[in-house]
Write a protein that binds this ligand. Structure first.
Ligand code: PAF
Length: 284
């Protein structure tokens, strides 16, 4: 098992990537905030299948957390993460400090629109601007051929595709399917915040997504299917932030002409906020 090359500076990372590019290697990046679980590792495997050299970044990005959120408490275990990446044969890990990414005097922001409206932005209005800033910096630091993001954070994936297109960043953005626990719960670094009782209850979230899609398949109207889904979640002890059906590419509200859709949910169990989503296409 070879330990990945570790880079803490943008200059060091760039020199390594440059050498690989000169050698004609296709380069993929997997941006993460660490606390790696099987969901992240599946993104890495997807990257390895599509490129010759894989860089994983681990950076808990302060600009995407509001002051009342869990930036300080966010799980961090670099040694354990690097061991998992070494076991997969990952080539390089980018592990910048906050000072490397946002040095003293840093004064630039990015404001995103389009698919960032609504849904997550209602409770986390700062979030996508912070994600856009850090992802732009990570992509420009490495300049990979492609970058892989999980569909688990579906709105984030849509926002990233939008600003990469808008800013003409010459990097392909690929989504990879959500990895689920045996009971259907989407894997997330924040699942570890759930109490044993809430962890059991959490499986209701994907179950309600599946039931709602089945109701739509059976011809229930969108409004009725969503109402029923929200009620099922509230009755099951969730505080529902949203359960919405949106156009799969733009996340705009759907109408009868919309073919490919995404059902997205965010709901809180105790102090833990969970998000999930599933795709749906109107039967023809
Ligand atoms: O999805 C995440 O882990 C983060 O939002 C990302 C894309 C790595 C940016 O910090």
């Amino acid at each position: 098992m070879t330990r990945p090359r570790i880079f803490e500076t943008i200059t060091g990372l760039r020199a390594d990537v440059e050498a690989a590019r000169r050698a004609g290697r296709r380069i993929a990046m997997v941006p993460t905030m660490g606390a790696l679980h099987e969901g992240h590792l599946s993104l890495v495997r997807t990257a390895q299948a599509r490129a010759d050299l894989v860089i994983v970044s681990i950076f808990v990005n302060p600009t995407q957390f509001a002051p009342n959120e869990d930036f300080d408490a966010y799980p961090r275990d670099n040694d354990c993460d690097i061991a998992k990446l070494a076991a997969l044969g990952v080539d390089a890990v980018f592990l910048p400090t906050v000072g490397e990414m946002y040095p003293k005097g840093f004064a630039t922001g990015i404001t995103v629109g389009g698919p960032s409206q609504d849904l997550e932005s209602v409770t986390r209005p700062h979030f996508f601007n912070g994600v856009a800033l850090v992802v732009t910096k990570l992509l420009l630091a490495a300049l990979p051929d492609l970058a892989i993001f999980g569909e688990k954070d579906y709105q984030q994936l849509c926002v990233i595709r939008q600003f990469v297109r808008d800013l003409n960043i010459p990097i392909e953005i690929d989504g990879a399917p959500t990895v689920r626990e045996a009971d259907g719960l989407a894997m997330s670094s924040r699942n570890r915040y759930l109490s044993a009782r809430d962890r059991e209850q959490a499986a209701l979230l994907p179950a309600v997504l599946r039931e709602t899609l089945q109701a739509l398949d059976a011809g229930t109207t969108v409004a009725d299917a969503l109402d029923r889904g929200r009620r099922r979640l509230s009755d099951g002890g969730f505080a529902v932030d949203y359960l919405e059906l949106r156009a799969a590419d733009t996340l705009a509200p759907v109408d009868n002409a919309t073919r490919d859709m995404r059902l997205l949910v965010a709901a809180r169990l105790g102090a833990t906020r969970l998000i999930d989503n599933m795709g749906w296409s109107r039967p023809s």
